[in-house]
Design a protein around this ligand. Structure first.
Ligand code: AGP
Length: 609
């Protein structure tokens, strides 16, 4: 969480940093700050609690400019949301620093520095880094060396950008466990948490590795690896463009991303090709898929919900046992060490701290057949895993994940079928039929998006609700979970999801005429079972919002029925039933007037534990 950006240039860095910060705001938006080295070689700083927009207002002063600068947008961890805790932090008005991550051993370092006379002005863990660097700089007078020595003493995660008034032509950056890239311009050089921040100035980037320390000047960059060896990190040209990260006429990123799903899925399908082919997962995938006898999925949040759907597919199609764990649980659990396990990690960002730690943990346990399904090329997760595959969703900026989820489902469905083929559970005729069905997805989603007006009506009824219950069975159960997560995340309505069969085991006690029950009832094998659950809710005056493709007696008694597209292949249902639930939460948030793209207390990329 938190976004960092900065650089050394031949032009004023203030507008570049402000633009970068607004593009990084999805990472945290409690407070923001910027520091430049001004013409008199002094540090000049502006900080606000709140949004980058507010920061921009106070940076308008002509005199607030500099060719060397750093900026930060914060998601508070250590210390409340105050100006003093906002970055950049200074040491002795000489060195300024921005940081994303958490320093776990900050307390003893702080005590040592205090004993040396350093005065702390914030409650953050970050302030120890800047004073530590300063304490080393006092003797060695070399910023690069000081950062190298200081980072050796830090435990935890960091992506930092540091500058010193003694040399406004250079800047030092370092990363461990938090993302950081360099951006290469002509006569200017930048750093940032991710490429989106730098797209207006360059598409040429260098991905730093864990343990790297880099020095940048207008003329170039040098990188030193974790063993302090100078190393060449090759520049890459990003395929992302500025327009991909803009609203392009939509009111919110979430809305844009919901409506981009037909395209995102079409792109993802195109990247997968016309048959179930192990090669798309990486060169060794064929060999690995043959070896494995179970699958372990690891993820957080929405990505975890996608994993829960995949469990049904993998066990059904490929006959392989599949476990799904929340990454923050898996990393501290004691799973059986079974080397023939395919460890599948799911992540939109590829930077989620718990997911990364879980994959590392699996490696330590000897389970090295790791596959990352991720939306960001060159993310920490893809680089960490033996095999990787990208969802082609394009940048997802809204905190609530939408197109990343449905494209993950597409890749997982493809994976389940590829495993089924490898294990001899899928005939080539069935494989062709499934590929054909999957190709219908973009059009099916276009049709489903047309339900929007009905969902706006339901959203209006949700406005004053305190609670909501989501129910589904089989692959629609994780979709109920995902629907409830979306609703609570952006509209702040308490929502819970249950496997519909669990109703009688407790949640039925919650049903009364105030409780909306959102029930997913496709006309599939379990239709009659869900129908009984609908009856149970109706018998207790529950308010049923039914999502179904069938018409029958029970629908007449429901408060509202959303008629879903008919004749959809069973395994495509979870993808299609996700769409109206996304629209429902989006419009409920709009009705309630919450901040859809930046819901309170949340950040897009959870890079801390
Ligand atoms: C979903 O709407 C959330 N914002 C959140 O649960 C998210 O899916 C989770 O933090 C995992 O992120 P990742 O996919 O980038 O790893």
């Amino acid at each position: 969480m938190c976004g960092v950006v900065g650089g050394v240039s031949e032009r004023n860095m203030v507008p570049i940093i402000l633009e970068g910060l607004s593009r990084l705001e999805y990472r945290g938006y409690d407070s923001a700050g910027i520091t430049v080295i001004g013409s008199s070689n002094k540090l000049a700083r502006q900080r606000v609690t709140g949004r980058v927009e507010e920061l921009a207002k106070i940076c308008g002063n002509e005199n607030f400019r500099g060719l060397c600068g750093i900026g930060h947008t914060r998601w508070a961890t250590h210390g409340g949301v105050t100006i003093d805790n906002a970055h950049p932090h200074f040491s002795n008005d000489k060195i300024a620093l921005v940081h994303n991550g958490i320093i776990e051993n900050y307390a003893p370092i702080r005590e040592e520095l205090k004993a040396k006379g350093y005065e702390f002005k914030s409650e953050t863990d970050t302030e120890v880094i800047v004073h530590l660097i300063h304490s080393l700089y006092v003797t060695n007078k070399n910023l690069l060396l000081s950062v190298k020595e200081a980072t050796k003493q830090l435990h935890g995660a960091y992506a930092i950008g540091v500058m010193c008034v003694d040399n406004p032509d250079e800047m030092v950056c370092a990363r461990l466990g938090a993302p950081l890239i360099l951006g290469l311009g002509i006569g200017e050089m930048f750093f940032a948490s991710d490429i989106s921040a730098l797209l207006p100035v360059t598409q040429k980037v260098v991905y730093l590795e864990d343990g790297d320390v880099a020095i940048i000047t207008r003329a170039g960059y040098k990188v030193y690896d974790a063993h302090d060896k100078e190393i060449f990190r090759k520049p890459n040209i990003s395929e992302l463009s500025v327009t991909q990260t803009e609203l392009n006429g939509y009111r919110h990123y979430m809305q844009k991303e919901i409506f981009e799903q037909p395209d995102a899925i079409a792109q993802t399908l195109q990247s997968l090709g016309n048959s179930f082919n192990t090669n798309v997962f990486g060169r060794d995938a064929g060999k690995i898929f043959k070896q494995i006898d179970q699958v372990q999925i690891i993820a957080c949040g929405t990505s975890y919900n996608a994993g829960m759907v995949a469990k049904y597919w993998i066990e059904d199609f490929a006959g392989l046992e599949c476990r799904v764990d929340i990454a923050s649980e898996y990393r501290y659990s004691k799973p059986p060490k079974r080397p023939n396990t395919l460890i599948v990690s799911l992540s939109q960002s590829g930077e989620t701290a718990d997911t990364l730690a879980s994959v590392k943990y699996a490696h330590e346990l000897g389970m090295t057949n790791t596959l990352a399904i991720c939306n960001v090329a060159e993310s920490s997760l893809t680089r960490l895993s033996k095999l990787s595959i990208l969802t082609q969703a394009g940048p997802e900026i809204g905190v609530a994940s939408t197109k990343a989820f449905t494209t993950q489902l597409v890749v997982l469905l493809y994976l389940a079928n590829t495993l089924a083929m490898t294990k001899g559970h899928l005939t080539s005729n069935d494989a062709e039929a499934r590929i054909r069905q999957m190709r219908c997805l973009p059009q099916l989603i276009i049709d489903t998006l047309k339900l929007e007006e009905q969902l706006k009506l339901i959203a209006k009824e949700m406005e004053y609700k305190q609670h909501a219950l989501f129910l589904g069975r089989n692959t629609l159960y994780p979709i109920a979970v995902e629907g409830s997560l979306k609703l609570k995340e952006i509209s702040y309505i308490h929502a819970e999801a249950y496997a519909a069969g669990e109703l009688k085991h407790g949640p039925l006690a919650l049903i009364d005429k105030e409780m909306p029950a959102i029930i997913l009832m496709p006309g599939n094998l379990l239709h009659d079972k869900v129908k009984s659950n609908v009856q149970e809710v109706l018998a207790r005056q529950g308010v049923v919002y039914l999502f179904t493709d069938t018409e029958e007696d029970v629908t007449a008694k429901c408060h509202r029925v959303v008629k879903m597209p008919e004749n959809i292949a069973e395994y495509l249902l979870p993808i299609i039933y996700t769409i109206p639930l996304q629209l429902l939460s989006y419009h409920t948030a709009i009705t309630k007037g919450t901040d859809v793209d930046k819901p309170r207390n949340l950040a897009k990329s959870v890079t801390v534990e």
